[in-house]
Structure formats: C-alpha cells, structure tokens
Design a binder for this molecule. Structure first.
Ligand SMILES: Nc1ncnc2c1ncn2[C@@H]1O[C@H](COP(=O)(O)OP(=O)(O)OP(=O)(O)O)[C@@H](O)[C@H]1O
Ligand SMILES: [Mg+2]
Length: 361
C-alpha cells in the first residue's frame, strides 16, 4: 500500500513537469523504453511519452501510410535511405512521416489507419500498418513487464460504432510485445495531464483530428465520458467541399496561416472560421445535453475548470471562441476557467504516462 501511494506521488509530480517533444526522424530506430510508457493512439498521430529526469519526453509519429509498387531497385533505395516500410502483395507500405513525403511527390493524399478516432473499417491493411507505426516508436518490452497505458476514445454519441474492437486489438498487440497494457479515456488523459492543481476535478476535452473527447472528472474519477466524431479532419473536409479545394490544401492553410483572433481575409479563411464556430457549438451543445441527461453529476459546490487539448485548439483566438460559444449554452455546472493545455499535441500521451506511472508495481 505504501508503495502504491509513493507511485501516485511520483505520477502527480510528473504531471507538473515540462514536456519536451519532437517528431520521429526518418531513419531513427525505435526505443526500448525504460519504465512506464504513455501511448496516444490518435487518428492523426501516435505519440509516445516517457518520464525522464526533470522532463517528460514525447516522440511523435504520423499515423499515415502510402503504397508504391514493388521493385528490387526501389527496395534498395528505400533501405539505403532508412525509410520505414514493409512489403506485401507487390506493394511497399511506406509508414509515418516518410509517407507524407511520398504523397507530396505523387500529389496525392496519404492513407490513414484510423478514421474518426477508431480503426478504419475501410482499410484492410489498417491494423497491420498501425502495428508497424507503433513499432517505429517502441520496441518490445525489454523486461517483459513494462507498463504501457494507451489512450482510447469515449463511446461516440449517436453512433453504434463501438470502441471495444479498437481497444481489444491494440491491447492484444501491446501484450504480444511483452507489455502490461492498460487503457485510459482520452478526455481523462487531458485531466491527468492538466488538472493536478485542481485535484483532478474538472472537464478535460481533447479536440483532435478525428474526434472530440470529453471527460468530466471528480477527483480523478471519470464520471462522464463520451466523444463526438468530428474534429480537425471534419473542418478540412467541409471547408474543402465549400470552396472547391482538396482537404490536404485546407489542412495546410489551417495549420500554418489561419487565426481566429482577427477577421478572415479570404474565402478559405471565412469557411475555416464558419466550421470552427460550428464545431465548437456542436461540442458545447453535446456537453449541455449529456450533462442534463445524466443523474451522475456530483453535487460540486464550487466552479470547475475546463482544460482543452489536441491539435484543433491551436489557432490563436481559439480560447476566446470557446468562451464566447459557452454563452450560447446553459451548462448545468459552473465553470471557473477555460484553459488551453501547455502542449496540446502531447497532452494525451503525457496524461497516459502519468496514469502508467501510477500503476507501476
Ligand atoms: N497549428 C495548428 N493549427 C490548427 N490545427 C492544427 C494545428 N496543428 C495540428 N492541427 C490539427 O490538429 C489535428 C490533429 O490533432 P491531434 O494530433 O491532437 O489529433 P489525434 O490525437 O491524432 O486525433 P484524435 O484524438 O481525434 O484521434 C489535425 O486536424 C490537424 O490538422
Ligand atoms: Mg487525440
């Protein structure tokens, strides 16, 4: 018992450390992790987090692939250039960030292993590719008992699609690598990462590429969790359809030039703003409806904070848009502050790692 409590202290301390993040470099080999690992398996990125000294270190890989025809010649060149790939049925499957470079050359889109937060039902090779992408970040557990905590989405509202299949496939794979896997809800991961100073009480919302995940936590206990299957990809697709551009072009404009802090300057920016407003409104409306329907809300007398994470919260002015939209709904809990996570693209992995540390034996 004493040991258990020490672990919790270590975990809480870790949640207050700074995150030092980087992208997996092409040709860089996977690590043998030492100690507990947090793994964020997201629609856009897979991120691994470890507790190292005074820092949390995260490494990110793109959760995407691209196929090119098999040839002996190409194989030699791929090997010489340290490209991550595997061969199947006369095709090379190029993995992660390397896939993005190929897609750009072919003026095509990369393919995804996941869609709207879950394993894609449309890609036959999706599971094999996702496993290979995980392999670019971590090797098998060296001691065959390392704890790994991976993120899973909450059950989507209004959709039969279950997370059980997705979660089970990943759990089986991590077990086969020698880890002791456990899962954490993605919204709760935001709470674990960002709300240590609030006794892990509040609402954590992760707004990613494929979905938005919500968790109302009371003293670190997830009371309500759910997801909506709309996120950054939805914005890219709908804006693209509205202005006649492909989603990849829109994504790049959104990530590199777009701001919500000043009025839009052209058609694309106008459409981006419209769909951002719509997404935040849908999310907050779903929060009001879900909280009103439940009889589980703890009678919290004080106000609670909302912590926002995920790549979709990155544009300047997002917090202000969120606060403004909150006035359009009537949440049955009092909100003290709205906060953007310290490092929105790495919050889920950090929260998962905090959970993994607390479970260490
Ligand atoms: N600077 C930026 N500005 C706006 N959007 C961004 C920025 N950087 C990334 N994004 C968007 O964030 C999304 C990816 O976020 P994130 O990596 O948190 O998602 P994920 O965890 O992989 O997906 P999910 O949690 O939905 O399964 C994409 O839609 C991407 O376009
Ligand atoms: Mg995510």
């Amino acid at each position: 018992m004493a040991n258990d409590l020490e672990n919790i202290d270590t975990a809480i301390e870790a949640s207050k450390k700074v995150v030092v993040s980087r992208e997996k470099e092409i040709g860089e080999s996977a690590e043998y992790p030492r100690g507990p690992v947090g793994l964020d398996i997201g629609t856009s990125h897979v991120v691994m987090a470890q507790n190292k000294g005074k820092q949390i270190q995260t490494v990110k890989q793109l959760n995407a692939f691209f196929t090119i025809p098999y040839s002996k010649f190409t194989k030699k060149i791929l090997l010489e250039n340290d490209i991550s790939f595997y061969e199947k049925d006369d095709l090379f499957y190029i993995l992660g960030f390397s896939a993005e470079n190929f897609a750009r050359m072919f003026n095509a889109d990369t393919r995804r292993t996941m869609e709207q937060g879950l394993l894609s039902a449309r890609e036959n090779e999706g599971i094999t590719v996702l496993k290979s992408i995980i392999n670019t970040l971590i090797k098998g557990s060296p001691n065959r008992n390392e704890i790994i905590c991976f993120s899973v989405p909450g059950a989507p509202l209004d959709n039969l699609n279950s997370v059980v299949y997705h979660e089970s496939i990943i759990k089986m794979y991590l077990t086969s690598l020698g880890y002791k896997p456990s899962s954490i809800n993605e919204g709760l991961a935001t709470v674990m990462s960002e709300l240590a100073n609030d006794n892990f009480t509040g609402i954590g919302i992760s707004m990613g590429g494929g979905m938005c995940n919500v968790c109302l936590s009371y003293l670190s206990v997830p009371i309500i969790t759910y997801s909506i299957q709309k996120g950054g990809d939805y914005i890219d697709t709908l804006v693209g359809l509205s202005v006649g551009e492909n989603a990849t072009t829109i994504k790049s404009i959104k990530e590199n030039e777009f701001t919500l802090a000043t009025p839009p300057k052209n058609r694309v920016e106008t459409a981006l703003e419209i769909y951002y407003i719509e997404l935040v409104h849908t999310l907050l409306q779903s929060l009001e409806n879900t909280l009103r329907k439940t009889d589980k809300i703890p009678k919290i007398s004080t106000s609670i904070p909302i912590a926002l994470s995920g790549g979709t919260v990155l544009p300047n002015g997002f917090k202000e848009l969120f606060e403004k939209t909150m006035q359009e709904v009537d949440l049955p809990v009092n909100i003290s502050t709205v906060r953007i996570a310290d490092d929105p693209l790495n919050t889920t992995a950090k929260g998962a790692m905090v959970m993994a540390l607390s479970e260490e034996i």
